[in-house]
Design a protein around this ligand. Structure first.
Ligand code: GAR
Length: 201
């Protein structure tokens, strides 16, 4: 299956996907970054994957930015669009366009801690556990149907970076696994529900 991966930063999830690509029947057609200095671009180049930078600061509106991203994605006619640390909020039209084939990874146990600084916010809230969620993208920010989550305990001496590191380990395991469900045709979005092997998740 052909996939396009969108990033904004380090691209460690992208790396996990590239490393597993053969095992999960995924052909990464291109990587698109909203930031020219994203290290993930180097990771893609090392893997001989075409890259595109679409710098959000060069666009006057969210609509214009989204249209440019869409145009680039659609050149590759992908079966799946993978948001791997893409830190932009989409317009509803963009989300609709890829409805049922766009997955996002978010570093919290959704619906808790949507948005930014999730690790610090989980610590500040006195949570005993934290983690990662993967969901279908719908028009709601970090709010589409959840497909899978992994949990980590929050330790007494955790700070946001120690916690982020442990969550990332789980992200790198969970994202390729969920993408594989999708490429195998086992995972679908049906009536706003995430469905795996015919069962609502
Ligand atoms: C990851 O922790 C991912 O869950 C998060 O950005 C990080 C990207 O790291 N995504 C979001 O916050 C989306 N709202 P990476 O570039 O090393 O994969």
């Amino acid at each position: 299956m052909r996939g396009v991966v969108l990033i904004s930063g380090s691209g460690s999830n992208l790396q996990a996907i590239i490393d597993q690509a053969n095992n999960i029947d995924l052909d990464v057609s291109c990587v698109i970054s909203s930031h020219a200095d994203a290290y993930g671009l180097t990771r893609a180049e090392k893997a001989n994957i075409p890259t595109h930078v679409i710098d959000h600061t060069e666009f006057d509106s969210r609509e214009d930015f989204d249209q440019a991203v869409s145009k680039t994605i659609d050149q590759y006619n992908p079966d799946i669009v993978i948001l791997a640390g893409f830190m932009r909020i989409f317009t509803e039209a963009f989300a609709q366009h890829y409805c049922g084939k766009m997955l996002n990874i978010h570093p919290s146990l959704l619906p808790k801690f949507q948005g930014l600084n999730t690790h610090q916010r989980a610590i500040d809230a006195g949570e005993s556990e934290h983690g990662v969620s993967i969901h279908f993208v719908t028009a709601k920010l970090d709010g589409g149907p959840i497909i899978a989550q992994s949990r980590v305990a929050i330790l007494a001496d955790d700070n946001s970076s120690s916690l982020a590191k442990r969550v990332l380990v789980e992200e790198h395991k969970l994202f390729p696994k969920v993408i594989h469900w999708f490429t195998q045709g086992r995972l679908k979005l049906e009536n706003d529900n995430a469905v795996l092997d015919g069962k609502i998740l």
